[in-house]
Design a binder for this molecule. Structure first.
Ligand code: TYD
Ligand code: MG
Length: 480
């Protein structure tokens, strides 16, 4: 007689695994990044709010957490007394300058004790280089530093150090990707500043998902942030950027950390910008400018003219913009190429917003009679710099008009100003400063919003204040 066994096949193979309490899988739940609801297993659609692909793995809360979070803790005394805001002394944060002036500028004067900084950027842009240099400088000032690398071996880090001329450095290096071990090392070493290169390589054994997944990145960053606050360690997390240009772990890290820095720049040019996108201890949009040299990154203390390409004679389709990045004005060349296109002409932009470009083309057509409907339009901000301020509008428009007509703007020409949908030209913040910087660098003709025109003339600078797009185009026609 044939007897059927109901025992699962797996159980027959080898001895039964010893019971170890909850298994890793049981510790995880899937929580919806939209509504926050949880499910015990992964689903394509959130059963609570119906959002698709929103469930990410999260470590389950320990018993006692959740609704009854406070139940067993009633006997605990509150950690500190309540105080009225007016009674709290506003002490400034203890900042440690990193010894790199440009990096300190974006950090708001130095790295703050217990702060967590996230630094993002494309691969190969110089994140590891900059941080190793900064750690070495800090170590030389007598701070304890720790460089945790998950991407490279110790030997590779040493090779980089040799290249940077800091091979004798006392910076402690640890090649580790396991979060729990990392936390234990941080506890025992108690460094002043620790760099984790990169957060995508770190994994916690509390989660089953792969390193680099949203769940792991979020969980690991949260643990490291807590460690930073508890022990007063300043932690710098290196984050990779996804193809779409966002810091991986869709913005999940940005709200957790104190400061978010972003590396920009063209890997083919030697200049790199570090921009503060969020800073609880300083101004945002401040930028630090570096040049990548044989011996690592060197700060550029006077960067205003580095984003100009050197044309011997003016060329069509080029207009210099005075943009204000953080506290310093920068002169950036905006290039445009308008060329006859096919049935569906292309609009491409590098370093500028593409939607804004489409809008400017519409305004040019409607209010200034400049039509590019059947033309491909390409615009580029020279040097890999990314420009987000609307004050670039006027320069973009003039570069397009110049390319379309095949006529260059005059030598020594600059422009800035925001353009509205009604064709009006709106003032840019701190116009005087921009004009002074341009004059200092030898620029002699400027088209600017009327409200930005200074009452006293600036020596060496001929101003053409405009209120409307048509006026700006008229000035261009009279000059070119
Ligand atoms: P890296 O710091 O490894 O970039 P990331 O950590 O952001 O991926 O930078 C690597 C690039 O920098 C590489 O292309 C070589 C270049 N480089 C120099 O030009 N000079 C140097 O002294 C060093 C160390 C790197
Ligand atoms: Mg690196």
């Amino acid at each position: 007689m044939v007897t059927r066994s109901h025992t699962p096949v797996d159980a027959k193979v080898g001895p039964l695994a010893p019971y170890t309490g909850t298994m890793a899988k049981d510790k995880t739940v899937y929580s919806c990044s939209d509504c926050g609801g949880t499910t015990p297993k992964w689903l394509g659609k959130c059963p609570h709010c119906g959002a698709w692909n929103s469930l990410v793995e999260t470590a389950a809360e320990t018993p006692g957490a959740g609704k009854n979070r406070f139940a067993g803790r009633a006997s605990l005394a509150p950690s500190s007394e309540l105080k009225a805001l007016s009674q709290i002394e506003a002490s400034d944060f203890a900042r440690t300058p990193t010894g790199q002036e440009e990096l300190d500028r974006v950090l708001g004067g130095g790295i703050v004790e217990g702060a967590v900084v996230l630094i993002g950027g494309d691969p190969g842009i110089g994140k590891s280089t900059l941080l190793l240099q900064a750690l070495d400088a800090l170590q030389r000032q007598g701070h304890r530093t720790l460089y945790i690398t998950g991407e490279e071996s110790g030997a590779q880090v040493a090779l980089r150090a040799r290249r940077l001329g800091i091979e004798g450095s006392q910076v402690q290096v640890l090649a580790e990707t396991h979060l729990e071990k990392m936390l234990a090392t941080l506890q025992s070493v108690q460094p002043d500043v620790a760099v984790i290169d990169s957060i995508q390589t770190v994994y916690s054994d509390q989660l089953t998902s792969a390193p680099g997944s949203v769940a792991q990145v979020r969980e690991c960053a949260a643990h490291l942030t807590r460690a930073a606050k508890d022990d007063g360690v300043s932690i710098v997390l290196v984050g990779h950027v996804t193809k779409e240009g966002a810091l991986a772990g869709p913005r999940v890290l940005e709200h957790m950390v104190d400061t978010v820095l972003y590396f920009e720049g063209d890997t083919h040019s030697s200049f790199r910008l570090v921009r503060a996108i969020k800073n609880r201890f300083g101004a945002v949009n401040e930028i630090g400018v570096f040049a990548m040299t044989e011996k690592g990154l060197k700060g550029v203390s006077n960067p205003s003219a580095i984003f100009l390409s050197q044309h011997a004679e003016p060329v069509p389709g080029s207009c210099v913009l005075v943009t204000l990045e953080g506290s310093r004005p920068l002169l950036v060349e905006i290039q445009a190429l308008v060329d006859s296109g096919g049935p569906s002409p292309r609009r491409l932009s590098v370093g500028l917003d593409r939607d804004r470009l489409a809008m400017l083309l519409a305004v040019l057509h409607r209010h200034a009679g400049v039509a590019c409907m059947d033309q491909d339009v390409f615009v580029n901000a020279v040097g890999g710099v990314r420009i987000s301020e609307p004050a670039a509008d006027l320069a973009v428009m003039l570069a397009i008009a110049s390319s379309l007509r095949g006529r260059p703007l005059p030598k020594g020409f600059i422009a800035f100003g925001e353009v509205g949908l009604a064709g009006e030209v709106r003032p840019a913040p701190r116009g005087q400063e921009r004009l002074k910087e341009a004059a200092k660098l030898g620029f002699s003709v400027a088209v600017v919003p009327k409200a930005n025109a200074p009452k006293k003339p600036i020596p060496g600078l001929t101003l053409h204040p405009v209120e409307r797009v048509e006026q700006a185009l008229e000035v261009f026609r009279s000059l070119a």
